[in-house]
Design a protein around this ligand. Structure first.
Ligand code: CTP
Ligand code: MG
Length: 261
C-alpha cells in the first residue's frame, strides 16, 4: 500500500466494514453442518452474527466469508432471513468464498472491501451473541484513532504454561513450566477493530506456520503496532464445543424473557 493510497483513504469519508470469517467446519463441535450454519433456537449462527453487526450504526458493510464450496448456499440463507437493521441506512451484506485457515479466510474477506472502507472489524461467526454495545465500543475506538482494538475479559481460571507431551511421550502428565500472573492476562474476543491499511499490511507481511493466526491483533502486534484492549462481554463467548450451544440457547431464552425480542 503506497503513501498515496493512504492519503486517499484518509481524505475519503470514514466507512467501517465488518469481515465475518465463517468458513470453518467446526470440528470441535462434532459432526454436522459447518459450524456457522448450525442453528441456535432455529436460526443459523451466522444469521445471529450478521444481525449483531448490522445492529451497529457504525457498520455500513458486512463481508461474510463462507465455506469455499458453500458460498451460494450462504447467500441464499442470508437472503431468506431478515437481517434486522437500524432504521435509516441499509447495511450491505456480501458473501465471498473462504480458505483453509481462518487467517486465509480473513485475507480473502479483506480483498473484497471497496476502496472507501477505512476501518475494518473482524468478527467470528462463532461469536453470534456479541452485544451491540461491544461492537460500537470497538468501532468508536478505531474511529478515534487506535490502529488496533481488541475486546477482552479478565480470566476466571488460573493459566499454566506446560511442556506438551507428544510422540512417544503422548498421554504422559505434562510438566508445568510457568504460572503467569492471572491479573495480567486477558481472554480476547471479537469483533477486533483495525485501521484498514494496518490490518491489510499485517495480512501481507505476517506468515504463520500450520493453522495460521487465530487472532488478527496478534498479527498486527508482530508489525510493532500498538494494540489496545477495551472491555469485552460475557455474551461474546465463542461457540466451540457442544456445551457452548446449550449456553448460547440459554442466553437467547433469557433475552427473549427480558425484552420480548
Ligand atoms: N474460520 C474460517 N475459515 C477457516 C477456519 C475458521 O473462516 N478455514 C472461522 C470460523 O468459521 C469461525 C472463526 O473462524 O467463525 C473462529 O474459528 P473456530 O472457532 O476455530 O471455528 P472452526 O475452525 O470452524 O472450528 P474448529 O476449530 O473446531 O474446527
Ligand atoms: Mg478452528
Amino acid at each position: 500500500m503506497s503513501d498515496r493510497d493512504t492519503a486517499n483513504a484518509s481524505a475519503a469519508p470514514a466507512r467501517t466494514a465488518v469481515v465475518i470469517p465463517a468458513a470453518g467446519r467446526g470440528v470441535r463441535l462434532g459432526p454436522g453442518a459447518p459450524k456457522a450454519l448450525r442453528t441456535l433456537n432455529g436460526t443459523p449462527m451466522l444469521v445471529h452474527a450478521v444481525r449483531a453487526m448490522t445492529a451497529s450504526r457504525a457498520v455500513s458493510l458486512v463481508v461474510v466469508v463462507a465455506p469455499a464450496d458453500g458460498a451460494a448456499e450462504v447467500r441464499n440463507l442470508l437472503d431468506a432471513h431478515p437481517l434486522a437493521d437500524h432504521d435509516s441506512t441499509r447495511t450491505e451484506v456480501v458473501v465471498v468464498p473462504g480458505g483453509e485457515t481462518r487467517q486465509e479466510s480473513v485475507r480473502l474477506g479483506l480483498a473484497a472491501l471497496p476502496d472507501d472502507v477505512t476501518a475494518v472489524l473482524v468478527h467470528d461467526a462463532a461469536r453470534p451473541l456479541v452485544p451491540v454495545d461491544t461492537v460500537d465500543a470497538v468501532a468508536a475506538a478505531v474511529r478515534e484513532g487506535a490502529p488496533a482494538v481488541v475486546p477482552a475479559l479478565p480470566l476466571a481460571d488460573t493459566v499454566k504454561q506446560v511442556e506438551p507431551r507428544t510422540g512417544e511421550h503422548a498421554g504422559e502428565p505434562e510438566p508445568v513450566v510457568a504460572t503467569p500472573e492471572r491479573a495480567l492476562l486477558r481472554a480476547v474476543q471479537t469483533p477486533q477493530g483495525f485501521d484498514r491499511v494496518t490490518l491489510v499490511e499485517a495480512h501481507e507481511k505476517v506468515a504463520l506456520e500450520g493453522e495460521g493466526a487465530t487472532d488478527d491483533a496478534g498479527m498486527v502486534e508482530r508489525l510493532g503496532v500498538r494494540v489496545v484492549v477495551v472491555p469485552g462481554h460475557e455474551e461474546a463467548f465463542k461457540v466451540t464445543r457442544p456445551l457452548d450451544l446449550v449456553l448460547a440457547e440459554a442466553v437467547l431464552a433469557r433475552r427473549r424473557a427480558n425484552d420480548g425480542f
